[in-house]
Design a protein around this ligand. Sequence first.
Ligand code: SF4
Length: 528
Amino acid sequence: MRVEGMETVRRILCVFPRYTSSFGTFEYSYPLTDGVRAFMPPQGLLLIAAYLPANWPVRFVDENLRVATKEDFEWADAVFVSGMHIQRQQMNDICRRAHAFDLAVAIGGPSVSACPDYYPSFDYLHVGELGDATDDLIARLARDPSRPPQQVVLKTNDRVAMTDFPIPAYELAEVKRYFLSSIQYSSGCPYQCEFCDIPGLYGRNPRLKSPQQIIAELDRLRECGATDTVYFVDDNFIGNRKAAVDLLPHLIEWQKRTGYVIRLACEATLNIAKRPEILEKMREAFFVTIFCGIETPDPEALKAMHKDHNMMVPILEGVRTINSYGMEVVSGIIMGLDTDKPETGEALLAFIEESKIPLLTINLLQALPKTPLWDRLERENRLVHDEGRDSNVDFLLPYDQVLASWRKCMEIAYQPERLYARFQYQCDFTYANKLKLPASAQQASWANIKRGLIMLRKIFWKVGILGDYRKVFWKFALGRLRRGDLEGLIGPALIAHHLIMFARAASVGQQNASNYSLRLREASVPAE
Ligand code: SF4
């Protein structure tokens, strides 16, 4: 619940740090859109913004859209920052800039919760989720907004129930300028994959909002201008299967009421393929993409990382089943596992060909603090603290061999011919199974049509005329145009452009081989 009854007024500046270019943030697609400039609005910071006392003015700055200015800092009484490990340097940089204005700076979110010692300069560390630490922070700032003489660490012991969460302050974000909108229904995951920090940070018993909260949030997102895809950022949408089953009828009703202008996406374990009753309802609710952490097609490796649940159905069969409900699978893949062999790269490429998954985020293994993997590698003395490397893991295979194999896989998997062939398959065998949408005034709105036309014009110009893979593009595009399938043209063209351009840079060492790597991140700091 929002804190009420604060008599003092404090102006809070919430600053979200920049990301560096990454495979999963689609920067190369932005120039083909109608003004998208950043990936997703940050749930955590917008939630805190909504939780602050109603009479406290809040200003939100996402430095992926614009830099926090002198005027912002002069306006504020205190600064809040949140982010993930990959934004660590940028968060410390925001702190440095705020301190130049003698402002108290508080940091919360997943990175500081796992590694408080990464942030020695901040005045307040908010460790854990929304809860008593948040109330304490607000009370301290209400009493005295100046910088405390030494760092204060506030830990949440008593979490706010998710059913009491306010709607994140989406109205503070420029929702239209994001590639995706985000929403959260649950937190936590019942599994314990060795490399994952989610169960350690958020627990194994998923906590939930109510379906009514989600519907209210979707309505708010629409009011704020969300028009395309809303991504459920839940760690595992079926972490609590009953909860997913409870929510889906509400989503279906909402889609009917609002004319199916929003596509839905989520993350879920691959064993969702064993639940046709859930998949059918997801199809009706217009889910079009599921991110599955397949990680590796090697059963021995899945067993070693404690991801046996990926083997509840044969992986390829699971992917086909999900496709048959009109949903594309996006997959996470990890290279550099202890079970990897010299031929792992070849096997991965064969899997990609066979699965026909267009988009796979292929990363080198990185040990995150607070994971069983970190603890094991620490015991084995195999953690490498060298920020010039693409991974902090001392692989069993030589590092250079693993890195070369990753670069080769990126180069081959995202060759335009291969990628567009996989998208062609999706058009024929996945998108064809999507829900046939009833005509709605919302979809046929002038704003929607204008958006599509802008994107088409940019795609035709930048890819179809100026692009060096234009022949492959036109072969695909003409097929879509003949069928009058503009949506099936725009979506793949946007994504493919990012993947092709990013993979080219990656294969020559100009992009990091891990989303978590600090190598090459220097370039993006500071944000000024
Ligand atoms: S299933 Fe996904 S969220 Fe759950 S522990 Fe494994 S990797 Fe983490």
